[in-house]
Every structure is written in structure tokens, then in C-alpha cells.
Design a protein around this ligand. Structure first.
Ligand code: G6P
Ligand code: MG
Length: 214
């Protein structure tokens, strides 16, 4: 049995992957780069500058570091505009119910999101007060698959990593959880998330009784 749960945000709790993709696509269009639909899955869970590099790799043009920073800022403006429309309806299947069950059972919950917009997203989804601790993406030096952000979340909860169960939708995130020495649950398909200790199709399938004492 475990003592705490650490959640990834985008793609686990929040239906925001489509907004990240739309914002990147808008930036790509402005640069005359065509972003194919299949890029959406490759962008999943990738931090901001790594995502930009993936997009710029589709073009022959050269961009300086300063230009890249401006492009990333531009994408973020597009994204921030898109997430203004978020409401509790954009919680992914089972997320609201699971968070509620954990809170009822007094199980501490933390967030380990690479997104610098995480606080705004959980606020709009109406779940901000469910989290005991939020690992601050601004303070993380090494992006997922490095374990740093999950270890920061466990430390913030004051719970040993081995007593934490963590949930991710991206392969890099699952690797990060495994390297942190936590139990990993992947939300998505078995093929992509095969490294996880347990794979489920959606949070609806997660049963609290299996992992936590009542
Ligand atoms: C999460 C998302 C990625 C996003 C990254 C950085 O990992 O899954 O799609 O690129 O956060 O988010 P940010 O909001 O800081 O650009
Ligand atoms: Mg994710």
C-alpha cells in the first residue's frame, strides 16, 4: 500500500494536450512550417523548449537562441489564450472523482507537471485546493525523464519516494517516475507506456481500494 499520489497534469487530469498542439501549430503556421497531425503524440509531455526544437527541425531555417526564446514566448501566449476557455468540463475522465476519493481518505496529493502554466490550469479546472503540494516547474533543472520533479513533489509532501504512487500519460514521465523509485501508473496504451508498473486506459479504471488502506 502507498501513502501519497503524485499526478502529472496535461493528459492525465487536464484535457490540454489539444491546446498545446493547437498553439504549436499556430506558431508553426506563422513560420511557414507544416505540422502533421501525428506530431501531437510526439509532443506529448515534452517540455517547452524541447517541443520548439521538434517543430523547428521541420524547417531548414536557422534561429538564434534569442529568436527561439521569442518563439517559445509566442507559443505560450497562444496557449494562455486557449486555456482561458478551460472549465471543470475539461477534466479528463475519472479525474475529478479520483481526486475527491483521495481527499475523502486523507491521502496527500501532489502535482508534478512540467508546465509553467500548471497553477492557472488547475485553478480553471476548479481543483486547485485538492493538492497539498505543487512541484514548481520553474525550479526544476532537469526535465522528465529525469526523476527530479517527482522527487521534489515527494519531498514537498514529506513522504518517502517508495511510498508514492505516481500517474503519467507520457513515456518520458513514466521513466521519470520509475527512476524516482516510485510505483508508476500509465494512462494510455500499453504499447506506448509498457515501462509502467500498471497501465490503465483512463483514470476511471483506477481503483483506490487496490492501492490504499481504507
Ligand atoms: C507538459 C505538457 C507539454 C508542455 C510542457 C511545458 O509536459 O505535456 O505539452 O510542453 O508541459 O508546458 P508549458 O505550459 O510550460 O509550456
Ligand atoms: Mg502529461
Amino acid at each position: 500500500h502507498f501513502d501519497a499520489v503524485i499526478f502529472d497534469l496535461d493528459g492525465v487530469i487536464a484535457n490540454t494536450a489539444k491546446f498545446h498542439f493547437l498553439a504549436w501549430r499556430q506558431l508553426a503556421e506563422e513560420l511557414g512550417i507544416h505540422l502533421p497531425d501525428e506530431a501531437e503524440s510526439r509532443l506529448k509531455g515534452l517540455e517547452r523548449m524541447a517541443s520548439l526544437e521538434l517543430i523547428l527541425a521541420e524547417s531548414d531555417a536557422h534561429y538564434s537562441e534569442t529568436q527561439k526564446q521569442l518563439l517559445a514566448d509566442k507559443k505560450n501566449k497562444h496557449y494562455c489564450r486557449l486555456i482561458e476557455t478551460l472549465t471543470p468540463m475539461d477534466l479528463l475522465r475519472g479525474a475529478g472523482e479520483l481526486l475527491e476519493q483521495l481527499v475523502i481518505r486523507d491521502i496527500p496529493v501532489a502535482l508534478a507537471s512540467a508546465s509553467k502554466n500548471a497553477a492557472a490550469v488547475i485553478e480553471r479546472l476548479g481543483i486547485a485546493e485538492r493538492f497539498t503540494y505543487i512541484a514548481d516547474a520553474n525550479r526544476v533543472q532537469n526535465p522528465k525523464p529525469d526523476p527530479e520533479i517527482f522527487l521534489m513533489a515527494a519531498q514537498g509532501l514529506n513522504i518517502a519516494p517508495a511510498a508514492c504512487l505516481a500517474i503519467e500519460d507520457a513515456a518520458a514521465g513514466v521513466e521519470s517516475i520509475n527512476r524516482a523509485g516510485m510505483f508508476s501508473v500509465g494512462v494510455g496504451n500499453q504499447q506506448e507506456l509498457g515501462e509502467a508498473n500498471k497501465v490503465i486506459g483512463s483514470l476511471n479504471e483506477f481503483s483506490v481500494e487496490d492501492y490504499f488502506k481504507s
